[in-house]
Design a protein around this ligand. Sequence first.
Ligand SMILES: Cc1cc2nc3c(=O)[nH]c(=O)nc-3n(C[C@H](O)[C@H](O)[C@H](O)COP(=O)(O)OP(=O)(O)OC[C@H]3O[C@@H](n4cnc5c(N)ncnc54)[C@H](O)[C@@H]3O)c2cc1C
Length: 495
Amino acid sequence: MERVIVIGAGMGGLATALRLAHKGFDVTVLEKQAKPGGRSNVIEEEGFRFDMGPTILVMKEAFDETYRALGLDINERLDFRQLDPNYRIYYHDDTYVDLFANMAQLAQEVEKVEPGVTERLFRFIGDSARKYELGMDFVERNYDHITDLANPQAGVRLVQTQAYQNLYGQVSRYFHSDKLRKAFSFHSMFLGLSPFDALAMYSLITYADLALGMYFPMGGIYSIIEDMLQLADEFGVTVRTNAPVAEICVENGRAVGVRLESGEEIPAEIVVSNADLPYTYQNLLAPQHRKRYPDRRFSKMDYSCSGYILYLGVNQTYENVRHQALYFSEDYRANLDDIFVNKRVPAEPSFHLNIPSLTDPSLAPEGHSAIYVLAPMPNLDGNDFSWDETAPVVRKQLIDRIGRILGDPEFENHIVFEREYRPTDWLVDINAMYGTAFGSLSQGFFQSSFFRPHNKARDIEGMYFVGQGTYPGIGMPMVLISSRLVTERITQEWL
Ligand SMILES: Cc1cc2nc3c(=O)[nH]c(=O)nc-3n(C[C@H](O)[C@H](O)[C@H](O)COP(=O)(O)OP(=O)(O)OC[C@H]3O[C@@H](n4cnc5c(N)ncnc54)[C@H](O)[C@@H]3O)c2cc1C
């Protein structure tokens, strides 16, 4: 059977390795870092366990499908708990609103902010559901020709839902208060897009969150990676860590294997790169093999944002807080423009606050909490400030605000473990272009579906891509769907 090399042990790379091994291919995964997982990595120290990247699991069906394709039931292997509310949203004036998946509770909650909004809320969710159906028509498929976009039913839905409008503008027609506009437009940030630039189409993510539910695997997201690694072992997949690939070897227009930084050459008939796609083209493939993807093509593309993260172990537990929370600074627009347009650190950062030890106390020592805070930040393209100078300032702002949210004026003194992650770390650790966090290429219209770089290199036989850089795009469910799409392609072409 053909030999496959998967470059990178991110979630998409591991899922592809499992799917291909299940089909009978001889698969080796090569990961540059010491620990597999990519963006979905873990810190385990001093009795704390922190997911380093993704913490919000929506569209669980993509996870279920990945395991079904392997002849397995993910729910028999991992213990998922539904989170409801999905998030608590905190505002600058110390008020908050809980975004419940339970629609009756959600309606009660938003009525407190904007009396009379219930009918508009339900209309918004119904319209977002139609956008979800529309979006999935374009997500769940491979693309070969631009005519693959021609879909009369989708065209009708596009007009009906006006999904081509601006996200924030459209959300503002359903919700009149600043607080609810924030609460129902921020989701595009998960794709690294400002709601002021994103298509209204992306309220499909709000629908996926609220109507399809948000889940937490006990042990955290990394327990999925650990389970995939166990399956890799059972399926005979070789996973090599500390094995950075320096070059994809191409002969006569065919991928013939890779060369590691150590100089070792590993032959293969098929190479699948799970490493960042712009990085792979520009750094692992010699220019003569990628005439359609020269460096200047990547320099013209749009890149998503980055983030600054604190992982905090605290010797307290807290009541009246939620597993997932978001804090929005007062001037939402200024915050987003600083990240996406002005490329500077926002004066007052908005952030995502995650306290998984509330659901799974085993993630922290008894009487302690594991706290993760992620503040979206500009990527490293064209920003001219130093993270060495900036990080302590942002850290202080985040800690002060979290102390206020938790009602703990001594919060900083209760921190017993602390690690941080900066935009520069994604660049070095993951080879993420411009230190982008969620994924590199942002998901505007012209970088989605057919227009996103394809999962098969046109100029090189046997060369494929999986993960956030190709279609459908950014986020765990998307990279799992991407693993299905590239597996379908490879099996059609090679089996
Ligand atoms: C802070 C943060 C929060 C996020 N939050 C969420 C969330 O809540 N929900 C959600 O669904 N998604 C979230 N995401 C996005 C999600 O994590 C990613 O889109 C997804 O995990 C990317 O997976 P991937 O398969 O593309 O591989 P990646 O995780 O990007 O992994 C690529 C792998 O390739 C390796 N590699 C790179 N170069 C080489 C080389 N030369 N040789 C060998 N190996 C190499 C890297 O080390 C890495 O392990 C978040 C991401 C981040 C960073």
